[in-house]
Design a protein around this ligand. Structure first.
Ligand code: HEM
Length: 237
């Protein structure tokens, strides 16, 4: 392979670096503006509590983008090889950030930080337990597409199983939606309490997680309609 093609196939390159700075930069700015400037969270909670919010939001956006590039995000259509690199970069970065978020959250998980997910004796309440188990399942389902992006995997497990493992990301996104509904729904329904009128991170994230799920449904529906139309044509012949 000529040297310039080697560079083009690298995961970290100018295009993916731009993706990282835009998505992570947006998530960080959103968390800082909403919780430090519009809200009343003290700056001493930036290193873990606020960074955790930015990390989790960026994780969802990256995973969502990895399933939307080539479908509704058409920026890299002119270069198929680059598009594959960006899809892989978004998926793996999303998985990596989700794992960092899980570790950050477990370090923080206590009534002092997240009083609303605990009961009066300091155990997780029902919403807290459901949200945490959905989060753990989401992370496990993300593991499958992440591992099978290793270069030898398509050959090792075969095309059909490889595709199925990539689709596990949609199951992960569905669990992320459940995770966020249990964590956030009460806050979403009280817009009067939103700091500075800015929606919570969990609401932005649930929208980001729902977009690929809805796009997938729409594309499948269109495919079925096309197949039915073809059948109609065949039967007319
Ligand atoms: C072991 C797995 C997980 C655990 C223990 C966990 C834990 C938590 C906790 C405690 C929160 C509340 C944070 C807060 O209100 O500041 C949270 C929020 C969140 N989680 Fe997870 N999570 C896990 C997996 C995931 C995964 C896989 C994703 C997405 C890929 C995700 C995305 C989010 C998002 C976007 C929020 C909203 C943050 C906010 O509202 O501030 N989580 N998670």
């Amino acid at each position: 392979m000529p040297p310039h093609r080697l560079w083009e196939n690298r995961l970290w390159q100018p295009t993916t670096a731009k993706w990282f700075f835009v998505v992570f930069g947006f998530s960080l700015a959103y968390a800082v503006i909403r919780y430090h400037f519009a809200g009343d969270v003290a700056w001493r909670h930036f290193p873990l509590f606020i960074l955790n919010k930015a990390t989790s939001l960026a994780a969802v956006i990256f995973v969502a983008c990895s399933y939307l590039i080539g479908k509704i995000i058409r920026w890299h259509d002119h270069d198929k090889a680059l598009r594959l690199v960006v899809i892989k970069f978004c998926g793996l970065t999303g998985f990596f950030l989700a794992a960092v978020h899980a570790m950050f959250s477990l370090a923080l998980l206590s009534p002092a930080y997240y009083g609303k997910y605990f009961d009066e004796v300091g155990r997780l309440n029902l919403e807290g337990e459901l949200a945490m188990s959905a989060g753990v399942l989401a992370l496990l389902f993300l593991l499958s597409p992440a591992v099978t992006t290793l270069p030898m995997m398509p050959k090792a497990i075969g095309g059909r199983r490889w595709k199925r493992s990539q689709r596990a990301g949609y199951v992960a996104l569905a669990f992320v939606v459940v995770h966020l509904v249990f964590l956030g729904i009460k806050g979403w329904l009280a817009p009067g309490d939103w700091h500075g009128g800015i929606p919570p991170v969990s609401l932005v994230a649930v929208v980001a997680a729902l977009v690929p799920l809805l796009v997938k449904r729409k594309l499948e529906h269109e495919k079925q309609e096309r197949a039915a139309a073809r059948l109609d044509l065949d039967s007319d012949d």
